[in-house]
Design a protein around this ligand. Structure first.
Ligand code: HEM
Length: 447
């Protein structure tokens, strides 16, 4: 069995300041020097394997997925605040619920949600203040949160409850990052009551959702069929339904998994558009040529350039920039032996920029994916992960981002004074700031 190249704990300690600020340049240097897979000793964490090798990604997520589980951070630590739903559960519990919930996210089922999502998007875009320099990251966060919220609770009056729930979700995520970055302060966080305060907030979030679900179950003669209806109707193999607690866990997970990732991708996308007036014009022409007033499922192929821009944004800034797994048994990848308990971090960020697979990979090329055979690209492109735990909301997110792009291009030209966009790698890959101005097309736009 071969040995993997190794980065020592001393080197990590020496670089700890810059790693804390942004670990990606440190990892890049190691990949360039040591190759596509290496071992690193992280003080307090032990030995971790980093890989940007497509074969490793395929083996870990797909071919040998049974030999791996998700890390403690993605399961136990996160579940403390949002419960055991799809994202945070494992084994039979996860498999049963994935089987049950998957049909609600099938493209055909999503057809019925498109008009609800479209309306939520238009409502949120109405909040854009024209001609003002504004950081759009929070706006995109609100938009993505509301799209999930309205897709779940289409008939409820939810603005107030959702403002509260969004704030709870975000505050608890900040706490989780704090715990993750300073594991040595764990006892202090518990003792000082900080964790307790956040657990109470999580409880309050569950109460908010419980009230909304209660309202829903009393409603009669519903016309619109939303995501919550589908979850309420979903049954186990024996015909029984999810408990209220499980339903709330799943709903909380959809908010957590579905809003920040989409908000990050949309913010980076708008930045790239703002830097290229010609691209915006081409997109405007594509939208004009589509001759569709309202967006429908069948319209997707009419927007090859818009879809390419979205894919290219997630190539260069994948919101899930690392995917982690832990070996649950001794296993092998090629000529390497992995001991049970080994933590593997798959760097999707590095794979998406790898010189061997992507020409000019460091740059945003809007038309890169136009006409590309996605079956081939799928070998090196994993914005939504892969294998049985692949993102359940991938089609949902694709439609959402396309609708946002179309609606913005119809109404505005976007400009920015920013020279570059700085990244903020947290649990997901965020931009530090995306300050843009939305200049209305007014009389000029016929759309
Ligand atoms: C651009 C937007 C999005 C990106 C980049 C993204 C990315 C991902 C990735 C990479 C995973 C797999 C993680 C792993 O294997 O460890 C995942 C899982 C998941 N995503 Fe997404 N996601 C997005 C939007 C959404 C949306 C809109 C929803 C729901 C409304 C959603 C719900 C979920 C759920 C429930 C899981 C867990 C699935 C499971 O383990 O069975 N995501 N997502």
């Amino acid at each position: 069995m071969k040995k993997l190249p190794h980065v020592s704990a001393l080197k990590v300690l020496k670089n700890s300041r810059r790693i804390l600020k942004n670990p990606l340049p440190f990892h890049y240097e190691n990949f360039e020097k040591l190759g596509d897979t290496f071992r690193i000793s992280i003080p307090g964490e032990g030995k971790v394997i980093f890989s940007r090798d497509p074969e490793w990604v395929k083996q870990v997520l797909q071919k040998k997925h049974r030999s791996y589980s998700k890390s403690k951070l993605q399961t136990k630590d996160l579940a403390k605040y949002i419960g055991y739903g799809l994202l945070t559960s494992e084994g039979e519990h996860w498999r049963t619920h994935r089987r049950m919930i998957q049909p609600a996210f099938h493209r055909q089922k999503l057809k019925g949600l498109l008009s609800i999502m479209h309306k939520a998007i238009l409502d949120e875009l109405d909040r854009i203040e024209p001609n003002a320099d504004e950081d759009v990251f929070d706006k995109m966060g609100d938009l993505a949160f509301q799209v999930v919220a309205k897709s779940l609770f289409s008939s409820n009056d939810i603005r107030e409850s959702m403002t509260e729930l969004k704030s709870i979700t975000e505050e608890n995520q900040k706490m989780l990052i704090k715990e993750m970055r300073r594991p040595y302060l764990k006892t202090w966080f518990t003792w000082s009551g900080e964790i307790g305060k956040h657990l109470n907030m999580a409880e309050r979030g569950r109460e908010v959702l419980d009230n909304l679900i209660q309202e829903r179950t009393k409603e009669k003669n519903r016309v619109e069929h939303d995501l919550l209806d589908m979850l309420l109707e979903a049954t186990y193999e024996d015909g029984t339904k999810m408990s209220r607690k499980q339903l709330i866990d799943e709903v909380l997970i959809l908010f957590t998994a579905g809003h920040e990732t989409t908000a990050n991708a949309l913010s980076f996308l708008l930045y790239f558009l703002a830097k290229d007036a010609t691209l915006q014009e081409e997109l405007y022409q594509e939208v004009a040529a589509s001759k569709s007033d309202t967006f429908s499922f069948e319209d997707m192929p009419k927007f090859p350039l818009a879809q390419s821009c979205i894919k290219e944004t997630m190539r260069i800034y994948p919101p899930a920039y690392f995917i982690d797994r832990v070996a649950t048994e001794d296993t092998e990848i090629g000529s390497f032996h992995l001991k049970k308990g080994t933590l593997v971090l798959l760097s999707i960020y590095e794979l998406h920029r790898h010189k061997s697979f992507w020409k000019d990979g460091e740059n945003f090329l809007a038309k890169r994916f136009v006409g590309m055979d996605m079956r081939q690209a799928a070998e090196f492109y994993y914005p939504f992960g892969a294998g049985p735990r692949m993102c359940i909301g991938n089609a949902f997110a694709d439609y959402e981002m396309l609708m946002v792009l179309i609606e913005i291009v119809k109404k505005y030209q976007i400009t920015t004074k920013m020279d570059t966009v700085e990244i903020n790698p947290m649990i997901s890959l965020k931009p530090k700031e995306v300050t843009l101005s939305f200049v209305p097309r007014w009389g000029e736009s016929k759309l």
